[in-house]
Design a binder for this molecule. Structure first.
Ligand code: IPE
Ligand code: IPE
Ligand code: MG
Length: 259
């Protein structure tokens, strides 16, 4: 009945009625790479009559929680959409706050990430980031570059269309200067020009807050990814939500065009 109600309400992804445990998940295949569109911070704050930035701050704590759990489950890479190339359209005060968050996050949690063997990376156009944001990230990348645990990849000032255009420009330049032959351009070569480079394509994409769209996120890399959408707003996302997403992933039959 509950399931039917959710269906009628148009809930994008009904939760399994039973609570999923870590042990349940560890019996199945753990997705190698999980990508998350962390959405709904503003609405979370609005519901509480708080300024939007309060939602972003709360969302930052969830990043820590989910990184820790993904690492414990043996996920190899976690890509988190933190700021899109389109998010500059927001009011300056909100953008300024969002650009301070990576610093606050890393000032607070970098020692823990180092201890947990997490390797921090970033993908996006770094040239447009404020100096203070860039420096904090560079420091984290440097301090964690030899870590062998989870790759925590922040998509910051990231837009998939810009990423693809930049790759095309680079490839064209190399063909022009003779270092690349046009007939050697294939999917593997093209992928190597993208910002994800050595990362495998995501196995599982999660988007919170009930929006069913990609918002310019990893358009090439998500070609065969399993999608999982939830109404839960990012600041309310928790370990159980991640377990639910992975559990659903484990029930899916991936065919990659085969039978
Ligand atoms: C996601 O939450 C965080 C960023 C896009 C930076 P939003 O800020 O988009 O929250 P909503 O969608 O307005 O609720
Ligand atoms: C996508 O969320 C970007 C991030 C989560 C960083 P948005 O809130 O910007 O997406 P739209 O505008 O609803 O598509
Ligand atoms: Mg949003």
């Amino acid at each position: 009945m509950l399931k039917l109600f959710r269906k009628l309400k148009g809930s994008p992804q009904p939760f399994n009625e039973k609570e999923i445990s870590k042990e349940d998940i560890l019996k199945g295949e753990i997705p190698n790479h999980i990508a998350i569109i962390m959405d709904g911070n503003g609405r979370w704050a609005k519901k509480r009559a708080l300024p939007r930035i309060a939602g972003h701050h709360e969302g930052m704590k969830v990043v820590r929680k989910i990184t820790k759990q993904a690492n414990e489950l043996g996920v190899k890479a976690l890509t988190l959409y933190a700021f899109s190339t389109e998010n500059w359209k927001r009011p300056k005060t909100e953008v300024d706050y969002l650009m301070k968050l990576p610093e606050e996050f890393l000032n607070t949690y970098l020692p823990e990430l180092v201890k947990e063997n997490v390797q921090v990376r970033i993908m996006g156009d770094k040239s447009k980031l404020p100096k203070h944001t860039f420096n904090a990230i560079e420091k984290a990348i440097k301090e964690t570059k030899n870590n062998k645990g989870l790759v925590l990849n922040f998509a910051l000032n990231y837009g998939s269309r810009t990423e693809i255009i930049t790759a095309v420009q680079e490839i064209a330049k190399n063909v022009e200067n003779g270092s690349l032959e046009s007939n050697s351009i294939d999917e593997t070569l093209f992928s190597s020009y993208l910002m994800t480079q050595s990362l495998r394509d995501p196995d599982l994409l999660i988007r919170t807050s009930g929006e069913i769209r990609l918002s310019n996120f990893m358009l090439w890399q998500l070609a065969y990814t399993e999608f999982w959408f939830t109404e839960v707003l990012w600041p309310d996302f928790n370990e159980q939500c991640l377990l639910q997403a992975i559990y659903t992933y484990q029930q899916r039959g991936r065919r990659f065009g085969g039978i």
